[in-house]
Design a protein around this ligand. Structure first.
Ligand SMILES: Cc1cc2nc3c(=O)[nH]c(=O)nc-3n(C[C@H](O)[C@H](O)[C@H](O)COP(=O)(O)OP(=O)(O)OC[C@H]3O[C@@H](n4cnc5c(N)ncnc54)[C@H](O)[C@@H]3O)c2cc1C
Length: 394
């Protein structure tokens, strides 16, 4: 049995951050990672450039059964703290949009930074390490295919269920349950919607078309691009809305989010009477989308000039343009979801230290906890902040 001060389960964003921060405080730390490589999600994130934080990070950008839980950790290790670390390592970055910070070169820079910090803090990292059993007779004891390890502190940093191909597993949830912790139901978040029937045929034909729009699910509305796909609807606005969507409910898409469509059409009726309706719309929407809307909403009057349309008909069409109500059949699920909603109940944890209230020595950090960020760098910031909170307490 090899003894350490801290065993971190999971060599992802949160696990690596926690490992080196605890190592810097003089703790003897080992990271046990089940897959062949650490930090796989970091590498694939942000299209290979890792959207590592967001300048506008604040608690309102996170979803949790307890929306207050994330406040303390986010305040004590902020986006600015992480930016300072990135700058210390001379990693070139830029702000893409709305505060989202990306690497200039590659996500590898962020993983390289975490590895360098782990290295200089004396952290040991084992990959291909399959945990077989965890017990706590006194200290925590971990049995694995690579031997047995013990430590007074055990950190669950095994992430969520998204992208099983990348090594995602339900291990963290199972372990939490083993230690008597409550785990809230999980579901995929930041995930494309799928459709069946006529709407699916439309999205399939429009596959690849994107446009600025708003998407509303539940009480939340997101204004960004949408992207039609072979299966349904993706793009940032749709992904964001998916985290608030309840299966069986409609979503509402505003295809002209900055325009009062009724005013636009009635104005065109007065001023360009002979123009075809589809020509008026094509000035504001992708032509392929206008064709689909025409087939959907006014198939029999395709060649009627706008001047011949009754006001009521234009108003009805405008209502669809500003509030196209569709019901997704589902989502693409964990196969493509960026995150997992739900997870280890925050009521089980101290918000200052991420330590389990009923199980001293056990810490839970990152995505395995019921805190999920919006799209835009917030999920990594949660990983960094929760990891630091735990590391400072261990
Ligand atoms: C395609 C994609 C792109 C993304 N892009 C962004 C982005 O640009 N910005 C952003 O903020 N967020 C992004 N995210 C979300 C972000 O990657 C996660 O929220 C973040 O990685 C969570 O960190 P974590 O350390 O909790 O979990 P992970 O990074 O998932 O790490 C968990 C680790 O635990 C390991 N593990 C699992 N089971 C075991 C076990 N039994 N034993 C040992 N180890 C185990 C896993 O192999 C993994 O290495 C993206 C996600 C995906 C899928």
């Amino acid at each position: 049995m090899r003894n350490f001060d801290v065993i971190v389960l999971g060599g992802g964003a949160a696990g690596l951050m926690c490992a080196f921060a605890a190592g810097q405080r003089g703790r003897r730390v080992i990271v046990l990672e089940s897959s062949n490589k650490i930090g796989k999600k970091i590498l694939m994130s942000g299209g290979g450039r890792c959207n590592f934080t967001n300048l506008h990070c604040d608690p309102s950008r996170f979803i949790s059964a307890n929306p207050h839980f994330c406040i303390s950790a986010l305040q004590r290790y902020t986006q600015w703290d992480f930016v300072a670390l990135v700058e210390k390592h001379n990693i070139a970055y830029y702000e893409k949009t709305a505060g989202q910070l990306f690497c200039e070169r590659s996500s590898r820079d962020i993983l390289g930074m975490l590895e360098a910090e782990c290295d200089s803090a004396g952290v040991q990292i084992l990959t291909h390490c399959e945990v077989q059993a965890v017990r706590q007779p006194d200290d925590f004891e971990v049995a694995s295919n690579m031997g047995e390890f013990s430590a007074a502190a055990l950190v669950i940093a095994t992430g969520g269920l998204s992208i099983p191909k990348m090594g995602a597993s339900d291990f963290g949830y199972r372990l939490a349950r083993q230690f008597g912790l409550n785990v809230l139901d999980t579901r995929p978040g930041l995930v494309p919607f799928t459709f069946t029937g006529a709407i699916h045929e439309i999205t399939e034909r429009l596959s690849g078309v994107s446009l600025p729009a708003t998407v509303q699910a539940g009480q939340q509305t997101f204004a960004e691009d949408i992207l039609f796909t072979h299966r349904g609807l993706s793009g940032p606005a749709a992904l964001q809305a998916s985290s608030y969507w309840t299966p069986g409910e409609d979503i509402v898409i505003d295809l002209l989010p900055t325009t009062d469509a009724a005013a636009l059409l009635l104005h065109a009726k007065t001023n360009s009477r002979k123009t075809l309706l589809r020509s008026v719309l094509s000035e504001h929407l992708p032509k392929a989308l206008v064709t689909e809307l025409q087939n959907l909403c006014w198939p029999t009057t395709a060649d009627k000039p706008i001047g011949d349309w009754p006001d009521a008909g234009l108003r009805q069409l405008a209502a669809t343009l500003n509030g196209w109500t569709v019901r997704p059949a589902g989502t693409e699920g964990y196969r493509t979801a960026e995150v997992t909603l739900g997870g280890i109940d925050t009521n089980e944890l101290s918000s200052k230290t991420m330590q389990c209230i009923r199980r001293p020595g056990l810490y839970c950090i990152g995505e395995v906890v019921d805190v999920t960020g919006h799209l835009g760098g917030f999920n990594f910031q949660w990983a960094w902040s929760s990891a630091q909170a735990a590391a400072n307490a261990i």
